[in-house]
Ligand binder design. Sequence first.
Ligand code: FES
Ligand SMILES: [Fe+2]
Length: 383
Amino acid sequence: MRHERQVQLLKRVAASGDHLKGLHAPGSATNRAAVYADPARFALERELLFRRGPVFFGLSVDLTEPGSYRAMRVDGIPLVVVRQADGSLGAFVNACRHRGAPLVDPASQGEALQAFHCPYHAWTYELNGKLRARPFAAGAFDDVASSCNLLRRPVAERYGLIFVRPEGDAPIDVDDVLSGAQDDLGSFGLDTYTHIASRTNEWNFNWKLFFDTFSESYHIRSLHSRTLAPTFNSDCVIFEPFGRNLLSVGLRANVHEEFAKPEAEWSLLPYGTIQYFLVPNGLVVHQLDHVETWIIEPLSVNRTRTTTSIYAPSPPQTEKSRNYFVKNLDLLLHVTGVEDFALMQQVQESLDAGALPEFVYGANEPPLIHFHEQVNRVIAGAT
Ligand code: FES
Ligand SMILES: [Fe+2]
């Protein structure tokens, strides 16, 4: 992150007064609790936000060599993105044109694919989606008129980020998606990082509770009293909207120490957990010595799959330094799993039972106000 940007954000903290009140939203907001539990509402969110996309599909460094691929389902649609020989990316529906078998495991990541081989009857496709062969069929498909190439989907890659549109042909403009955050995200040099490890888990809560619990710091003091609370500030985050997305910077408790230095020496990086929420399904977190990403896949109104990855700024030279990052990832997943997500599952049970009419988002939780406003706006625009 450029130094001027770090100073700009730190100045907001310096000027924010007691309990960082200056970082608050102008007021609180409420939201219907049913938005987290109503299957009809969920169907609209899947269609309008996930299926139409664009959705976050990972970092460029996940797919380093020709033949590296990542597959996942978005709103049930199996997608695969694969690095081509010329360095570009191809995105395809991961379903054979014969009778629909997935060409690679629908939730997987791998390297050095030479071609797509269907496991069902052995049709073969080039990495660019072109049908190569229908072996052992003795001309049985010679009268098939339509093209049997894989269905292509729009994909775009910039600033080290990959986005895909699961349905439709409209091209993706990454600058438009990022709506102002591209300067920050570009400054992190994400395409110089090295992927270390990924973990996938499933949780019994609505996908929006992931955004809720990750984007505010208010809960740290109590929910994380034994883990994060001594180190991190619980008053407010630095919030900025960018399009329907948002930046939320969680701060260390000692951030004010930086203000004793001359402004030219200020740095936000040692004090900030810099989180870019890419609605509807991504989170890119810049920490001082690594980057984390989260990709969320709603499976039903109250079930969500999360894939968490950690990246190092340079390839680890020893097993010990690699383990440092793996341990960091496992600690993150332990704290979020045991403390945040376990509680979110209990919240969801109450939401599913219709126990509450509404939720309140405080002025000290500005990211939640923006996020739900944006999602509600998309839904309202369609209904
Ligand atoms: S479904 Fe792929 S070859 Fe038959
Ligand atoms: Fe938390």
